[in-house]
Ligand binder design. Structure first.
Ligand SMILES: Nc1ncnc2c1ncn2[C@@H]1O[C@H](COP(=O)(O)OP(=O)(O)OP(=O)(O)O)[C@@H](O)[C@H]1O
Ligand SMILES: O=P(O)(O)OC[C@H]1O[C@H](OP(=O)(O)OP(=O)(O)O)[C@H](O)[C@@H]1O
Ligand SMILES: O=C(O)c1cccnc1
Length: 492
């Protein structure tokens, strides 16, 4: 029966895979739930064949962690559906999160195979948060990266986010819109995203307006009589012979009563049509009226339209952005890198694979962004053991972690740590910047990246190197594990 108190679902606490809670149960029953652990999030390949990813999702992640609490209805549900005993249920009831969480900041550039979020604390708590953290970071980072690709394609022109109707449900529309704004979009059509996050909202009108009035003149005139700012959608019947001439006629008749901002096209050959429209608007005395375009646009179509000399001023991008159409998942993973044993000491762990790129890097780490002081551009990232600090060195030996003969010595550099403290022992220490600041930070970071890493097609691989100490530690651990396996085989 519905019980409003019990059935309240106001947190994402159960937004987790069952196996996380099952593992918590095992840790609890075996007395190791409080053992200290360190997990790290990383992805193995930048999405869309891009040379970088743009980190987003931290704000939602902070909110999620702050609200972690099992309500009575959650506990009752778990009790009814799983075989957990009462001790475990009361442990969950009294659970106080005291994790230390470090993360890249939103708008930061991040790269494959480097930790972008680090979660440290009691093993069971670390396990609980895996699913939601990956869900949030994977999606928002994916969309912010796609948005940055679109932003680079449009350059200084305006881009509007139109994706809500095609997004994977409402949360994806809202958080995707926020990520798109971080990645460089100027405005959104989603009014709720405007209210929640302060993103500028913007919109034209649909074909239904024209269909409702039965002809373009009545529709545009009605819109003009009810709105100051007007962008008329001109492709319902015949863009060049009917839509644009009618928009001009209404603009002429309304004069100063409206701001005739321009026209939108949503079909046809947009290079050809936009050039013709530009001439029609200019000839009619509206050189400042802008041409808006939408219709399954993405960075590739936009670059191609620009190459064709399309006269488009404002780009509306929906489906292909918000659904990350050409790569629907980022594939970030959450891996245990260090664990306390019964002797109270931390032991670093790693996952071996026959594929060198898939062998994880053990231990709690920091990522340092190295930029040459002379150029003010990034030289690469340097992943270190937690206790190393390249700011104390005069020269940095940077080498490719697989092809070690690719190496360089960098001097006169600045090293900046990517993982920042967000929560320390459960207490939030990170002061969240405003969304405007995050967007500005993203744009500054993109400026700091050489064009070779930013091009959308076949970018250069950005160096993500390991410190010598971390490399040696990894190699040592690999051979230790191999030797253990060989020893066990010999004993059998
Ligand atoms: N000049 C162009 N060069 C490259 N791509 C273009 C050009 N003009 C339009 N496009 C893109 O081509 C695709 C055409 O879509 P579609 O086949 O739906 O045609 P349409 O003219 O929009 O028809 P409909 O009226 O059914 O929407 C869209 O993704 C659009 O962005
Ligand atoms: O093409 P997208 O990048 O996804 O951008 C959003 C699309 O949504 C609208 O079309 P829709 O057919 O849903 O409505 P309409 O009647 O306003 O054209 C709009 O005209 C765009 O084409
Ligand atoms: O305002 C628009 O033009 C708009 C909004 C959502 C989707 N397509 C277009």
């Amino acid at each position: 029966m519905f019980n409003p108190e019990l059935d309240r679902d106001d947190s994402l606490i159960l937004h987790t895979d069952l196996y996380e809670i099952n593992m918590m149960y095992t840790y609890f029953k075996k007395g190791i739930s409080e053992r200290k652990a360190v997990f790290e999030v990383y992805f193995r390949k930048e999405p869309f064949g891009n040379g970088y990813a743009l980190f987003a999702g931290l704000s939602h992640m902070i909110d999620y962690i702050k609200k972690i609490h099992f309500a009575e209805s959650d506990l009752q549900y778990l009790k009814e559906n799983e075989n957990y005993d009462d001790d475990f249920i009361s442990y969950l009831r009294n659970l106080k999160i005291n994790l230390t969480v470090r993360s890249a900041q939103e708008g930061e550039l991040v790269f494959a195979n480097e930790p972008i979020v680090q979660v440290e604390g009691p093993l069971a708590q670390c396990q609980l948060v895996e699913t939601a953290i990956l869900n949030i970071i994977n999606f928002q980072t994916l969309i912010a990266t796609k948005a940055a690709r679109v932003k680079i394609a449009v350059g200084d022109q305006a881009i509007m986010e139109f994706g809500s109707r095609r997004a994977q449900e409402t949360d994806a529309a809202i958080w995707g819109t926020r990520a798109a704004y971080i990645g460089g979009f100027d405005a959104t059509s989603n009014v709720r995203a405007g209210k929640l996050f302060g993103i500028p909202i913007s919109g034209t009108h649909a074909h239904s307006l024209v269909q409702a009035f039965g002809n373009e003149y009545d529709a545009f005139m009605a819109y003009a009589q009810t709105h100051k700012d007007c962008v008329f959608l001109v492709d319902t019947y015949d863009t060049l012979r009917s839509g644009v001439p009618t928009a001009i006629k209404v603009a002429d008749e309304m004069g100063d009563k409206i701001n005739f901002l321009g026209v939108r096209i949503d079909s046809g050959d947009m290079a050809y049509i936009s050039k013709k429209i530009r001439k029609q608007l200019d000839d009619a005395g509206y050189p400042n009226a802008k041409i808006f375009a939408s219709n399954d646009l993405d960075e590739k179509t936009i670059l191609n339209l620009k190459m064709q000399g399309a006269k488009i001023d404002v780009w509306g991008v929906g489906t292909k952005l918000i659904t990350a159409y050409d790569q629907p998942a980022l594939g970030g993973v959450y891996k245990l890198v260090s664990i306390e044993h019964s002797d109270g000491k931390m032991y670093d762990t790693l996952k071996i694979s026959s594929n060198a790129e898939k062998v994880s890097t053990p231990g709690k780490k920091q990522v340092w962004r190295i930029s040459a002081n002379s150029e003010k551009k990034n030289e690469g990232d340097w992943i270190s053991c937690w206790n190393e600090d390249p700011r104390k060195l005069d020269a940095l030996y940077m080498f490719h972690p697989q092809y070690t003969y690719i190496n360089k010595i960098v001097t006169n550099y600045t090293a900046y740590p990517i993982l920042k403290d967000i929560f320390v022992d459960g207490k939030q220490v990170y002061v969240e910047p405003s969304l405007q600041e995050i967007k500005k930070f993203a744009m500054t970071n993109l400026d700091g990246l050489w064009d070779e890493y930013k091009r959308s097609l076949n970018p250069q691989e950005y160096p993500v190197d390991l410190s010598q100490a971390l490399y040696d530690h990894k190699m040592h651990l690999i051979s230790k594990i191999r030797n253990q396996i060989i020893k066990r085989e010999c004993e059998d």
